[in-house]
Ligand binder design. Structure first.
Ligand code: AVI
Length: 319
């Protein structure tokens, strides 16, 4: 300090935002605002989703399980021998586990953005399957799908159940299917896909009587607060789910109950009452639209199986 100069106190400067924080900020400043659905899955979000799959209204999980129970042997025959089973968005790994007996993989590679949840699931599996090699990978595979070199290139099966492919916009879904195709040339893909059906069935599945889906959607704001340092108050927001038949998708939004200003280090956004943040799309397919998508992504020898009501389909395709 120079003699006689008054001491100056600098206001603390906000830290520069990391890539994830920039993505969140850009989405919040957009019109309309949006948050990528991958941010639904912190530890609590993953647990809430597991609870949702047990709701009477949320049919996809039960329909898919019915397909594997009824047609598992036929599906396994179509797939052939499996060296490594790579489970995209594995969560609690329960779906893959049900197929171990029929597919008999030697190596199981569960991948999930929610790394802690995945590690706990892998620990549980290791106790039940001491002879199975298990390599859990905590990864956001929505951008890139780099697999460790020790996962052999032969007889790879990518397992992408639950219609998670439906949470990607059409261009991103095609890009994802192509990325998988490049990673498993000579192998295959087993993918679950939700089907178009009446709004009266679709909308309650995403807006259930116990409000678990509302909690799942609202929990996103707490996760964003953790990641971005924002000050969302969950009580200011309402869960909205609707079927957009033109786009063939369920949309989830969070709607401001009153005028709200949300601030984070270095920025803020004012939302009017009833203004929405778009938080998820869940696309619904017909067997024809999904077959065409697989063909465009370079797959062949495509077969599919459905539940008795024709609400859900499982596709097996060669890469
Ligand atoms: C994970 N994904 C396939 C679910 C779906 O049905 O789109 C996520 C979900 N969102 C609300 N409920 C469930």
């Amino acid at each position: 300090l120079l003699a006689g100069a008054a001491p100056r106190f600098l206001a603390p400067q906000p830290q520069p935002l990391n890539a994830e924080q920039q993505e969140l900020r850009d989405g919040l400043l957009d019109h309309p605002a949006h948050i990528d659905p991958k941010f639904l899955y912190d530890a609590l979000g993953s647990s809430l989703f597991t609870a949702i799959t047990q709701l009477p209204e949320y049919y996809p999980t039960r329909c898919e399980a019915e397909i594997f129970a009824r047609h598992g042997q036929d599906i396994a025959r179509h797939i052939g021998p499996v060296q490594a089973m790579i489970d995209l968005g594995a969560g609690d790994c329960v779906k893959a586990e049900r197929l171990f007996a029929s597919l008999r993989p030697r190596h199981y590679v569960p991948i999930d953005i929610s790394a802690d949840y995945l590690q706990a699931a892998a620990r549980r599996l290791r106790l039940s399957y001491p002879d199975l090699r298990i390599t859990p990978i905590g990864l956001d595979f929505s951008q890139a799908l780099a697999l460790p070199a020790d996962i052999g290139a032969e007889q790879r099966l990518f397992f992408y159940p639950g219609s998670s492919i439906g949470n990607l916009d059409p261009d991103a879904a095609l890009a994802m299917l192509r990325r998988i195709q490049r990673q498993c040339a000579g192998g295959g893909l087993l993918v679950g896909v939700d089907r178009v059906k009446p709004r009266q069935v679709l909308e309650p599945a995403y807006d259930d009587a116990l409000h678990l889906t509302a909690a799942f959607n609202l929990n996103l704001l707490r996760h964003v607060n953790d990641l971005l340092g924002s000050d969302f108050d969950v009580d200011d927001w309402r869960h909205v789910a609707l079927f957009n038949s033109d786009q063939s998708r369920i949309e989830m939004h969070l709607e401001a109950r009153r005028p709200v200003t949300v601030a984070w280090p270095g920025g803020q956004r004012r939302f009017d009452a009833q203004e929405r943040i778009h938080t998820e799309n869940s696309y619904k397919f017909t067997p024809e639209t999904f077959t065409e998508l697989l063909q465009r992504a370079g797959y062949h020898d495509i077969r599919h199986w459905s539940d008795t009501r024709g609400w859900f389909s499982v596709f097996s395709a060669r890469a």
